[in-house]
Design a binder for this molecule. Structure first.
Ligand code: FEO
Length: 389
């Protein structure tokens, strides 16, 4: 297990989760990493831990540099279990290492581990002297837990950003200029859409602070380290956190006998006629976390379900629950579907999209197998309602 040198005396010593495919409901087709960083200075400091089953990997990587028992400080930028799972293992090896976390971080660690460890609460503006280097702490609450903070080392111009700017990618490469950049950006986008999206306002506050720092390297807690493409990721975070959208429409549906699907394809045609980029997602074949990646920058969100037992199909229900929780803003919604007799599904979808805060287009509700003439009429009506830009 090789550590990776970031700068003289600063190393990546994290764990690589090659097999991870589900991160609390988010499909992680490329696995992930839990990034820990070791700073060799007068006070030897570990920043963040790894998931519990990768503790040995972390310890092996540290051992390739120093005796892990010599660690003086452990900084937990965040207390979610993917970054604290190995903390008990580390504290066994270096029982005297002092733990640093935000106020909510210390509270969470105490509640979670129930150990009599030595903690020090740190807040925005606090500075921890390590020797020739220092760590400056900035609290970034709700990006994406209340305890989150980032640590900045001005002497090295490195920001240890924890979850912010992360991507779920397992790889032996550690830097943005070593890995296919379009894949990295796609995974950063998926990460934002599925983890960070509800907290745009807090992200913007964090970006303001980060904007005032002189940064050469951003070390996130998942995926690759940013050193060559920092302006690109900052630009995208500004766009995503402002809920800025593209001229793009997403059509999401499930279908029983392909009648709702017929409507979905007509909707797609209407947007195509108005020169929108479109994406179709049949919920039988697409994961909700992949759909969210596209929704992140979509102006229109169209959701369809036929009526089943006076309700919507369970796949559509799961998707809407997930969408509502992630709370994209400034979007326009459209509910559609076919029905045999009751037809309640369209209203249920519409109400949920309204609860998301979306402005709504007039619903499309067609009985039985919709005839081509009716479909064309619905398409033309919709095309007239779609805004050109
Ligand atoms: Fe990567 Fe919020 O944990």
């Amino acid at each position: 297990m090789k550590p990776i040198k970031i700068k003289e005396g600063i190393y990546w010593v994290g764990g690589i989760d090659w097999d991870l495919r589900n991160f609390h409901g988010y499909l992680t087709q490329r696995g992930s990493t839990y990034n820990s960083y070791l700073i060799i200075d007068k006070k030897i400091t570990l920043i963040d831990n790894v998931k519990y089953y990768l503790a040995e990997e972390l310890i092996d990587r540290i051992s390739a540099i120093i005796d892990p028992s010599k660690i003086d400080y452990i900084v937990q930028n965040h207390i979610e279990m993917d970054h604290t799972g190995s903390l008990t293992n580390m504290k066994k090896i270096c029982p005297n290492a002092k733990l640093f976390a935000s106020p909510k971080g210390v509270e969470g660690l105490q509640k979670h581990f129930k150990r009599n460890w030595e903690f020090q609460v740190v807040k925005s503006g606090d500075v921890l002297k390590l020797g020739k280097r220092s760590l400056h702490f900035v609290q970034t609450p709700m990006v994406h837990w209340p305890d989150n903070m980032v640590s900045y080392c001005p002497e090295e111009k490195i920001l240890f950003s924890n979850d912010a700017f992360g991507q779920h990618i397992a790889s032996s490469e550690r830097f943005d200029d070593e890995y296919p950049f379009n894949i990295m950006m796609h995974e950063a986008e998926k990460y934002y859409a599925n983890i960070v999206l509800p907290y745009g306002t807090q992200v913007q506050k964090a970006l303001e602070i980060v904007g005032g720092l002189d940064i050469e390297i951003i070390c996130p807690s998942h995926g690759l380290i940013w050193r060559s493409r920092i302006p690109e990721i900052i630009k995208e975070y500004k766009k995503w956190s402002a809920n800025e959208v593209d001229k793009k429409a997403i059509i999401i549906y499930d279908t029983m006998w392909k009648s709702t699907e017929k409507i979905a394809y007509k909707i797609q045609e209407a947007f195509e006629e108005k020169n929108y980029k479109t994406r179709m997602f049949n919920l039988q074949h697409n994961h909700i976390s992949d759909i969210m990646t596209e929704i992140l920058t979509a102006k229109y969100i169209c959701v369809g379900s036929p009526t089943l037992n006076n309700n919507i199909l369970p796949t559509v229900s799961a998707f809407l629950t997930y969408l509502k929780g992630l709370a994209p803003k400034n979007r326009i919604g459209l509910a559609f579907g076919s029905y045999g007799w009751g037809g309640q599904s369209i209203g249920i979808v519409e109400n949920t999209l309204k609860e998301c805060g979306f402005e709504m287009l007039e619903q499309i509700k067609l009985q039985y197998i919709p005839e081509e003439e009716l479909l064309e009429k619905a398409k033309d009506k919709l095309a007239r309602l779609i805004v050109s830009n």
